[in-house]
Design a protein around this ligand. Structure first.
Ligand SMILES: Cc1ncc(COP(=O)(O)O)c(C=O)c1O
Length: 402
C-alpha cells in the first residue's frame, strides 16, 4: 500500500515501541521488570470509578457537546480558579480525549507550515511528532542537569536564535517528563519577559501538577501578562490514576479554544460521555475536599515519595550514574553516559539505546532510552512500580553496569 509522506516521517512513539518489545520478551517467557511505565500502578479512586458506573446505569451514553459537557467544563473552570488562580469563561475551556489530543488540536490550531516551535529537551516525544504533523518544525532548548533540567533564559534565547526569527511558540512542561523537574515561580518569571518580547504563544502542559513532592507548583498562565498568550493543559490521567479513561482539558484564549473545538469536531468529536462524568466527579470531589478522595490522594502521594526516595538512593549509589532528584512526576532521568564506550555482557554500549537494549535483554529491566526524549546521555526510570519491583529492577541495573 502507498502510504503518505507524512506517515513515513512520523514513527510510532518511542515509549510505545519499547513497551512492545517488553511484551514480546514477556510473551516468550522472559522475566523482565518494567520501569518504563508512564502511568501509576494504582486503581482509579473508588468514588470516581463509581461515578463512571453510575453514568452507564443512568444512560449517560450519548454524544455530548464537542468541547465537553457544560457540567464538566464548569468543574474544570472551578479547578483552574481554585487551584491555579486562573479565571476562565465557559467559552475558554475545552475537554478532549486525553491531554495528548488537547495538545495536538492546539498545535493544529496554532502552527502554520515552517513555523518553529520551541520544545525544551529532553522532552515527551509526542510534542515533536505532533509539531511535525501540524507542519511545523521543532527547535530544541537544551535543558541541563547542572540547571536541574529547568528551562533557563539562556536556553530559551539560544533556541530563539536557532529558530532564526521563525519561532512562534514554546511548549512548557512542569513537572517535567522525563526529568521530574519543577519550574518555580521565580524560574518562570525569568523566562516570561523573553516570551513576551518574542511574541510567543505558550502551551503549558501541567498534566503532572498533582504529583509534586518538593516545592510549590506554579501555572505559567498565572504570571503577569502571560494568560492571554497561554493555553494551560491538564487532565485526569496522572492525577487520579485514570490513564484509560482518556480525559484531558485546557483553558485559554476563547479564539484558540474555538479553533480547537472546530478541529476536534472533525476528529474525535466529544470525549467519552462516561469518562466525562467520572472526570467531573474527580475534579469536584477534589476541589470540595471530599474525605474519601483526599485519603486516596494522600495514599498516592505517600507511596510515590517513598518510591522516589528508594529509586534515587539505589540509582545514586551506582558508580558512573548521576541524577537530579525529581521534584515531581514519577520519573528519574539518570545520566549513564559515563558507561558509554564500555563493553558489557559482550556488547559495546555506544549510547542510551544500546544500554536500554542490553538492560532489557540481558539484565531483565526495561527503562526508556534518553534518545527517545532527545537527550542521549540518560535513561528514564519510572518509579511508578511497587517498592519490590523497584528494588529488584534497580539491583539488576546496578549489576549490569558493575
Ligand atoms: C508530558 C505529558 N503530557 C501529556 C501526556 C498525555 O496525557 P493523557 O493521558 O491525558 O493523554 C503525557 C503522558 O505520558 C505526558 O507525559
Amino acid at each position: 500500500m502507498r502510504l503518505s509522506r507524512l506517515s513515513a516521517r512520523v514513527g510510532p512513539s518511542g515509549t510505545m515501541a519499547a513497551d512492545d518489545r517488553l511484551q514480546r520478551l514477556r510473551a516468550a517467557g522472559r522475566d523482565v521488570v518494567s520501569l518504563g511505565a508512564g502511568q501509576l500502578d494504582f486503581e482509579t479512586p473508588a468514588p470516581v470509578a463509581r461515578a463512571g458506573t453510575e453514568a452507564i446505569a443512568h444512560g449517560i451514553t450519548r454524544y455530548t457537546p464537542v468541547a465537553g459537557t457544560l457540567a464538566l467544563r464548569r468543574a474544570v473552570r472551578d479547578k483552574f480558579e481554585r487551584e491555579n488562580g486562573l479565571v476562565f469563561g465557559d467559552d475558554q475551556v475545552i475537554v478532549g480525549a486525553g491531554a495528548k489530543a488537547v495538545v495536538f488540536h492546539a498545535l493544529l490550531a496554532l502552527v502554520d507550515p515552517d513555523d518553529a516551535v520551541i520544545v525544551p529537551a529532553p522532552a515527551w516525544p509526542s510534542y515533536g511528532s505532533m509539531v511535525t504533523v501540524a507542519g511545523g518544525r521543532t527547535v530544541s532548548a537544551a535543558l541541563s542537569a547542572a540547571e536541574g533540567y529547568r528551562l533557563t533564559p539562556a536556553a530559551l534565547r539560544g533556541a530563539l536564535a536557532a529558530a532564526g526569527g521563525c519561532a512562534r511558540g514554546v511548549i512548557l512542561n512542569s513537572p517535567h517528563n522525563p526529568t521530574g523537574a519543577l519550574m518555580s515561580r521565580e524560574a518562570y518569571a525569568a523566562i516570561a519577559p523573553i516570551v513576551r518580547e518574542a511574541g510567543l504563544w505558550v502551551i503549558s502542559d501541567e498534566i503532572y501538577e498533582h504529583l509534586v513532592y518538593d516545592g510549590t507548583f506554579t501555572s505559567f498562565a498565572a504570571l503577569d501578562g502571560m494568560g492571554a498568550r497561554t493555553l494551560t493543559v491538564n487532565g485526569v490521567s496522572k492525577a487520579f490514576a485514570m490513564t484509560g479513561w482518556r480525559i484531558g482539558y485546557a483553558g485559554g484564549p476563547a479564539e484558540l479554544i474555538q479553533a480547537m473545538e472546530a478541529l476536534q469536531s472533525h476528529t474525535s468529536g466529544n470525549p467519552s460521555s462516561i469518562s466525562q462524568h467520572a472526570a467531573e466527579a474527580a475534579l469536584r470531589l477534589c476541589v470540595a475536599g471530599d474525605a474519601e478522595m483526599a485519603a486516596e490522594r494522600r495514599r498516592f502521594q505517600d507511596a510515590l515519595v517513598a518510591r522516589r526516595d528508594l529509586a534515587c538512593r539505589i540509582l545514586g549509589g551506582i558508580p558512573g550514574v548521576t541524577l537530579v532528584r525529581p521534584a515531581g512526576a514519577f520519573y528519574v532521568f539518570a545520566d549513564v553516559s559515563r558507561h558509554f564506550g564500555r563493553t558489557l555482557a559482550g556488547r559495546r554500549v555506544a549510547g542510551s539505546a544500546d544500554l536500554a537494549d542490553l538492560l532489557m535483554e540481558q539484565a531483565g529491566v526495561a527503562v526508556v532510552p534518553g534518545q527517545v526524549f532527545g537527550d542521549d546521555r540518560g535513561v528514564r526510570v519510572s518509579f511508578a512500580a511497587s517498592p519490590g519491583e523497584l528494588t529488584v529492577a534497580l539491583d539488576r541495573l546496578a549489576q549490569a553496569l558493575a
